[in-house]
Write a protein that binds this ligand. Structure first.
Ligand code: AMP
Length: 308
């Protein structure tokens, strides 16, 4: 619910994928994945999530049922007749952090031209998942006066399409980025300086993710920290970043007002959802959670930082 009493919702654009993963913990073939899938399922615990994306005819009832099961509105997912869904193949190193991309088959994603269903144009909040910044801008062009817009990006766009990236950055409220990419984007080595440089590019806030060392949200006048949950067993790190962003953005979208306290809680929601995501392959860790599971994990994150 927004401050004006409007039922809030979160529009998410990103990839919908089949992921084939090899990890020290095991492997999966063509499991449901993609940034928009992880983000929307994570967000669905806090707000009404809706997705704009593209898939092929190989994406069927079983996959849509997963989104439907979480109440995610998939009416913005276009099925291309005769097309094949984006497929990503990756292999994790023994440290479960570094990974090699073995194959990226863009398939229908190559011709992705996001067109929003009419109702999506009135979304209250927006998360622009990690896709070509030109497409992120195209989605934003179709939304009337969103309350809060977050975006993700990656090294590819920082190096290949810096001007397009800067244009979108100037239009969003918050950027999610990892620390290495923040250095790449700004040329600044110290995280606080990189954050200031990013804020000077337009967003009011930046969340700099530092893997197992947590994440820091910077604004012009305060910063907030959240640790990463120290898990004993990580099965599949795929989608951790997207689940973090989905949990964070979902929490913000579900909040009546967006202030420092909301952002602090959103960081915990993000860290909790990321920790659930990595405990299973694909979206297995994000399904079937109860409010109490999430609350318990958020409380654990809180107690890690409490003075007593
Ligand atoms: P993350 O682990 O947060 O980096 O996100 C992994 C997800 O991103 C996987 O589910 C992949 O399907 C998806 N992905 C991988 N490469 C790309 C790409 N080039 N564009 C869009 N999505 C991608």
């Amino acid at each position: 619910m927004t401050a004006s009493g409007q039922q809030s919702n979160l529009l998410i654009v990103g990839s919908v994928a089949f992921d084939s993963i090899e990890a020290p913990s095991g492997s999966v073939e063509r499991a449901l994945g993609g940034s928009a899938v992880f983000a929307s399922i994570a967000a669905s615990y806090f707000t009404r999530a809706r997705v704009v994306a593209v898939v092929g005819e190989d994406f069927g009832g079983e996959q849509f049922a997963v989104l439907d099961g979480r109440g995610v509105d998939a009416s913005g997912i276009r099925v291309v007749p005769g097309g094949r869904t984006f497929h990503w193949r990756g292999r994790y190193h023994d440290n479960m952090q570094d990974r090699d991309t073995l194959a990226t088959e863009l398939n229908v994603f190559e011709g992705f031209d996001p067109v929003l269903p009419d109702a999506f144009g009135r979304s209250t909040d927006v998360f622009l998942g990690n896709i070509d910044p030109k497409l992120q801008a195209k989605v934003l062009d179709q939304v009337t006066g969103p309350r809060f817009v977050g975006m993700d990006t990656m090294n590819l766009w920082i190096t290949e399409t810096p001007a397009d990236l800067r244009e979108v950055l100037a239009r969003v409220d918050l950027l999610f980025i990892n620390d290495e990419e923040s250095r790449q984007l700004t040329g600044e080595r110290q995280v606080a300086n990189a954050a200031s440089a990013i804020i000077a590019m337009g967003p009011r806030y930046v969340v700099i993710k530092r893997g197992e060392y947590g994440a820091i949200l910077f604004s012009g006048d305060f910063c907030l920290f959240v640790p990463a949950m120290p898990l004993r067993r990580v099965v599949d790190p795929t989608g951790a970043g997207d689940s973090f962003a989905g949990g964070f953005m979902g929490f913000v979208s579900g909040a009546a007002q967006i202030d420092r306290a909301t952002l602090a809680r959103a960081l915990r929601a993000g860290a909790a959802m990321a920790s659930f995501a990595v405990e299973r392959f694909s979206v297995g860790g994000l399904e079937g959670l109860g409010r109490s599971d999430i609350d318990r994990r958020v409380a654990e994150l809180d107690s890690m930082c409490a003075a007593r």
